[in-house]
Design a binder for this molecule. Structure first.
Ligand SMILES: [Zn+2]
Length: 414
């Protein structure tokens, strides 16, 4: 008996140790103005000890950095010494993490969007939705992961022969609002009675994937809420950034060749089975795609290809017009304000991203990525009472995006 107790105690302490805690971790906000200040931050961004929640950029977006308690004094001093005034933006990361309720999916397709859900629950929900809509919804495997999970999604097609829209979320594990947005869109496509959205919903064959980085997403629930990458082991560090791993100007800019970095692009393009298998799935849809939409957080941005240059390539100017229409619609309900631009101009040059590869390979007319709520008050730890408002305004924006896209002949509605 005593032995069993000791064994249980040992097992418990191993588990407890495995879960990363963030007591006293603060998120500081800086607004670097000079190149020297940016260079200092860029240099610090290569350190494993600091977690940059937003990247150093040329767009005037503040830089948010999570700093552990023992480094805070030195970090603050370094900022002050270089003329930056670090503002404490999140006082204690752990207490914010604890406000994020994880819902229990009760079955019967009753997802509430008042909580975040685990991968298993999201996947069960997808299965249930498909089972309840035979002939319209089918479960599809968009790919696999290094830990042998499925990238599970649904295909929704009310009638055959429609053009295709692909919607993808969760490629960055800690951006929990993203899978919650994609499941909401699935539900709206099936149940919305809003005539304008109904028209959009019924005009396409939809392929929707709430989590394209399932290993990472699971890890944010079991081990480290702030995990971003995949989980394949590279020496002493795990994971590559799956949004730097696509074969589109791979490893050129805004990405790291260091495995421990959060923006590690991997040893080669498509080194991650998640991106390689998912890209194979996308290839089967190829030129049938009218739109590809990717969901990230945070910063409230609408991003267009490309990340290697800020030059207005392909149908950039038309897409700016379409995106602006989407953002006007998005702002109406709650006044939420987004900015728009291509990746390189709206944030910073960064290559190997999903939407760049889609645009480069297929010239799909509408290719866009959302950086969802918020602008940093909560960052990746968006409170659960913002899930539904976020999702509602996204639907408003999608209606306008497709309606405006029809004016350019990119899609046909009805
Ligand atoms: Zn992201």
């Amino acid at each position: 008996m005593k032995l069993i107790f000791l064994f249980l105690l040992a097992a418990w302490s191993v588990c407890a140790e495995d879960v990363a805690r963030f007591e006293g971790y603060k998120v500081f906000r800086m607004s670097p103005k000079t190149q020297e200040q940016k260079d200092l931050l860029l240099n610090l961004a290569t350190s494993d000890d600091l977690d940059f929640w937003t990247e150093v950029n040329n767009a005037g977006i503040p830089v948010d950095v999570m700093v552990k308690p023992e480094d805070q004094k030195a970090f603050t001093n370094a900022m002050l010494k270089n003329g930056m005034n670090p503002e404490i933006f999140i006082e204690d990361v752990q207490s914010l993490i604890e406000t994020q309720t994880v819902g229990k999916y009760a079955g019967n397709r009753e997802m509430t969007w008042n909580s975040y859900y685990t991968l298993i629950e999201i996947y069960q929900w997808l299965d249930d939705v498909a089972a309840a809509n035979p002939g319209v919804v089918s479960v599809v495997e968009g790919g696999v992961t290094s830990q042998a999970r499925q990238i599970k999604g649904v295909k929704i097609a009310k009638s055959p022969g429609k053009r295709v829209v692909v919607i993808e979320g969760g490629i960055h594990a800690r951006e929990w609002i993203s899978p919650a947005t994609v499941t909401w869109i699935i539900n709206e496509i099936l149940t919305s009675t809003n005539p304008a959205f109904r028209k959009v919903a019924d005009s396409f064959e939809w392929h929707l994937f709430p989590s394209t980085n399932p290993d990472g997403y699971v890890y944010t629930f079991t081990n480290n809420r702030m995990w971003r990458k995949t989980r394949k082991q590279y020496g002493i560090c795990a994971g590559a950034d799956p949004n730097r791993n696509w074969d589109a100007h791979w490893m050129e800019q805004g990405t790291s060749s260091q495995p421990c970095s959060d923006t590690y692009g991997g040893p080669s393009a498509f080194s991650e089975v998640e991106t390689s298998s998912f890209s194979s799935y996308i290839k089967t849809l190829g030129s049938r795609m009218d739109a590809y939409i990717s969901f990230h957080s945070y910063s409230q941005l609408l991003l267009l290809p490309y990340g290697h240059t800020s030059a207005p390539l392909d149908n950039y100017s038309e897409m700016i017009q379409i995106g602006k229409a989407a953002l006007t619609a998005l702002a109406k309900r709650y006044g939420t304000s987004y900015e728009i631009g291509n990746i390189a101009e709206a944030i910073y040059p960064a290559t190997g991203g999903t939407i760049d590869w889609i645009k480069q390979e297929f010239k799909t007319p509408i290719v866009i990525a959302y950086e969802l709520r918020d602008t940093g008050r909560y960052g990746f730890l968006l409170p659960t009472d913002q899930i539904i408002p976020n999702n509602e305004e996204v639907i408003d924006s999608l209606i306008a995006m497709f309606e405006e896209g029809e004016k350019f002949g990119y899609v046909t509605l009805g």
